[in-house]
Design a protein around this ligand. Structure first.
Ligand code: G1P
Length: 295
């Protein structure tokens, strides 16, 4: 068994009901964040952490996702003829990023079920899971720290972030103890989407995981949990409770995370990322100030 994750899994089979009707024919992972689909940020994050074999778990409307990562020779020729090198570079970058594979989930039975669909592709190696609703700013390091912690210890490593107690019902919540290392905690318990009054903490699981292949055996026997779905959180709770194994560690992230799964947060993510960009920020910032002053 290899401890170094060489593959990443991106579950992208959700129905995107919060964005209907935009997601009627378009997978939510293809919604643009400024000028790139959300899923491209996530693929780039995996590549930046040294992973270039990526398995996307897809549902319906898979074509838009696979087409996006294919090259489009006629578009490239057009841009070349026009001498539009900047756009040509951006178009080509999305098809040269990584080795991208697809598998279908079939039925939407939950995140744990989606991850289990990766078993044949991942085999005996450790692997990373990246959820497309959470975007991590490329200027902040998270996945690399998680991979290093996993390589050192063999533990499953999850990303955690402190959230407002009023929002904890939207996340997996962790019970955690400090370790000798700054930023890294030992996770002793996990609950999927607890009510505020039942939450063990306000430490929320955000969508990054580095997992040992042994999680597949656990997922095979994990019963449907919250919402009648097979929950990854429940399988991780079993790993956390196994005193004989390396357990679960959490990396507490204090950097910039954008939630594109919720409509208001999605709009905030676009504004934040666009104002920071060299090519758009200088025009957008003064307009935003003026706009906000008039509110
Ligand atoms: C999933 C997980 C949850 C986690 C969240 C992070 O929930 O089940 O534990 O906190 O992602 O975004 P979802 O948001 O897919 O319902």
């Amino acid at each position: 068994m290899s401890r170094s994750p060489v593959k990443a899994v991106i579950p992208a089979a959700g129905l995107g009901t919060r964005f209907l009707p935009a997601t009627k024919a378009l997978p939510k992972e293809m919604m643009p964040v400024v000028d790139k689909p959300a899923i491209q940020y996530v693929v780039e994050e995996a590549v930046d952490a040294g992973i270039d074999d990526i398995l996307v778990i897809i549902g319906r409307n898979k074509n838009a996702i696979s087409n996006h990562f294919d090259s489009v020779p006629e578009l490239e020729v057009k841009l070349m003829e026009k001498g539009d090198e900047r756009r040509l570079e951006r178009v080509m970058a999305s098809s040269d990023l990584a080795d991208i594979h697809f598998v279908r989930q079939g039925e939407p039975k939950g995140l744990g079920h989606a991850v289990l669909r990766a078993r044949a592709h991942v085999g005996d190696s450790s692997f990373a899971v990246l959820l497309g609703d959470d975007l991590i700013d490329e200027r902040d390091v998270l996945l690399t720290t998680m991979i290093e912690a996993h390589e050192r210890t063999g533990a499953a490593v999850i990303a955690l972030m402190e959230v407002d107690p009023d929002s904890i019902h939207l996340y997996g919540a962790a019970v955690a103890e400090p370790t000798d290392e700054d930023q890294i905690v030992r996770v002793t318990g996990l609950v999927e989407k607890p009510a505020r009054e039942e939450a063990p903490s306000n430490l929320a699981v955000i969508g990054r995981y580095v997992l040992p292949a042994s999680v597949f055996d656990i997922l095979e026997r994990t019963e449907p949990g919250k919402g009648g779905e097979i929950q990854l959180t429940d399988a991780l709770q079993e790993l956390a409770a196994d005193a004989a194994g390396p357990g679960v560690l959490g990396v507490v992230f204090g950097g910039r995370r954008y939630d594109t799964g919720d409509r208001v947060d999605y709009i905030k993510a676009i504004v934040q990322l666009a104002t920071d960009r060299d090519d758009l920020g200088s025009e957008l910032r003064p307009w935003l100030k003026e706009f906000a002053a008039g509110l």
